[in-house]
Each structure stands twice: as structure tokens, then as C-alpha cells.
Write a protein that binds this ligand. Structure first.
Ligand SMILES: [Mg+2]
Length: 271
């Protein structure tokens, strides 16, 4: 069991982990979030969502001012106390959204691939796809260094598309609902390592990290923390970790925020 003290850092995926996959509710996590806030233990959100969406969720969850990792690692927001850092307020680790869209448009016109990006539709459509409110859907479209899309072509064409994407130095990541494309340099694990270095450097001490996630795209996050919670999720693919030993990893029995709470109950002890 880990003590709740100043050396603890919690990094959590949002959709299907801290938030219910279907309803976006997080009631089961409320008590722990309040306790962590009381103890001044940072909870860093790490998600495929945009920075604008994560700032909105930080407000809702009482985490305003904390760092976060957005767009699967392509965007890293610094803690509000680190305003003297050269990277403040946030670091974009790969190709910018505009350049990415122009590459995608070129591939589409050259090869006729069929896919629909968030940038191709308005917030009403994104809201229909996701169940987000119109305001949230508008924030979801404000992407800075990655793009979300729905594939509308054959599996064979998808293989050809993947080859083209790789040749351009980009990578595809499968999220809970959409495919995401970003610079191949970006992933949740790299972003997390960078952020932990910032913590050590700027706060002047070392941290014990506890990560929580529910999908295969969280594996880089969960591989780069000291302790990991694999929250039971709806993905057909398993979450495969490099070190899955029971001393390091807890697989929750429940879905979403109930599983999130279960993981914290397992690893943390309130003194
Ligand atoms: Mg998730």
C-alpha cells in the first residue's frame, strides 16, 4: 500500500477510466478526488481529448491549474505554478494540426481514401457521434497536434492508408471511439516521462507514480508508471503491458469510475 503523501503523482486516462464510457459520469471517483485534493496530490489527466476539453473537465473535477497530457501525448500542459518554464503554458510535441490536416487532405485527394475527420464536420455531428453536449463537441474539435477520424473505407484500403501514414512520419492510435492520427514521435508514455522529469526538476524531489487506464492506447502510459491500474474496459483488444506483475498492476473487476475507485482502494492507504 502506498501512503498518501507529497511524493505521490497520479496520472489518469479520462474516457472509460475516470469517466463512465457511456454516460461520462464520475460519481464513484468523487470521494477519492476530494481526498487527493485535500492532500495536495496531483491528478494529471492523460487523454486523447483536446486541451480545451481537458481544461473544461479539470474545472468539473476540481483539478484546475494541474498539468495534463492531451491528444494522446501530442500536447502537454504545464502546472500553473511553472509559468517561468520556457515551455509554459504548453508544449506541442509533434506536427501542428494545420500541417497534419494538409497532409491528410493530400493523401485523400491522391489516393481517394474515405474517412471523416472532426475538422470535416461541425459540432452537431461530433455531438451525435459521441453523446457530448454541443459545447463539449465544439471543444473536442479544437485540436492542436492530432486529428480524430472515422474510417469509411475497406480494411484493405486501411492497410494502404496505414502505409502512407507511416511514410509521412505519422502514426495511428485507436481510441475508445475513433482513430487518431499524430506525429509518430508522440505517445502518452513519452509525454508522461517528460512531465515526470519536469516535476522532479521543478519541484525538486522524486515522485512515485500511479497510472490508470482502460484501453490498449493506455499501455504506453501504464508501462511508464511505478504502479498501474488497468480499469476494465469495452475494447475487444486486451491491454498488454511489459510488466504485468500483480505487485505492480491491479486489474479492476468493475468498469469506468467504479474500477478507478477500486484501483485506488487497492494501492492507497489513508492514514
Ligand atoms: Mg479510455
Amino acid at each position: 500500500m502506498l501512503p498518501l503523501d507529497a511524493s505521490l503523482l497520479i496520472i489518469s486516462d479520462l474516457d472509460g477510466t475516470l469517466l463512465d464510457h457511456h454516460t461520462y459520469r464520475w460519481d464513484a471517483a468523487k470521494e477519492w478526488l476530494a481526498e487527493l485534493k485535500k492532500q495536495a496530490i496531483p491528478v494529471v489527466l492523460c487523454s486523447s481529448k483536446s486541451a480545451a476539453e481537458l481544461m473544461d473537465w479539470q474545472k468539473e473535477l476540481g483539478l484546475t491549474g494541474r498539468p495534463f497530457i492531451a491528444e494522446n501525448g501530442a500536447v502537454i500542459q504545464l502546472d500553473e505554478r511553472w509559468s517561468h518554464s520556457e515551455h509554459y503554458p504548453r508544449l506541442l510535441t509533434g506536427l501542428r494540426h494545420e500541417a497534419l490536416m494538409s497532409l491528410l487532405d493530400t493523401l485523400r485527394s491522391q489516393h481517394g481514401f474515405k474517412f471523416t475527420c472532426f475538422a470535416d464536420v461541425n459540432e452537431n455531428t461530433v455531438s451525435e457521434w459521441t453523446g457530448l453536449t454541443h459545447k463539449q463537441a465544439a471543444l473536442a474539435r479544437l485540436r492542436e497536434a492530432s486529428e480524430a477520424f472515422i474510417w469509411r473505407d475497406t480494411q484493405q484500403r486501411f492497410t494502404a492508408f496505414t502505409e502512407q501514414i507511416t511514410q509521412q512520419g505519422l502514426a495511428l492510435i485507436q481510441g475508445g471511439r475513433f482513430w487518431h492520427v499524430a506525429d509518430s514521435q508522440c505517445d502518452k508514455g513519452q509525454a508522461l516521462r517528460w512531465l515526470c522529469q519536469q516535476y522532479q526538476h521543478l519541484e525538486g524531489r522524486t515522485f512515485t507514480t500511479l497510472g490508470l487506464g482502460d484501453g490498449p492506447n493506455d499501455a504506453p502510459l501504464l508501462d511508464n508508471v511505478d504502479y498501474a491500474v488497468v480499469v476494465k474496459g469495452y475494447s475487444r483488444l486486451p491491454v498488454v503491458l511489459k510488466n504485468d506483475s500483480p505487485a505492480r498492476v491491479w486489474h479492476s473487476l468493475q468498469y469506468g469510475p467504479e474500477g478507478w475507485k477500486e484501483g485506488l482502494d487497492h494501492f492507497l492507504t489513508v492514514q
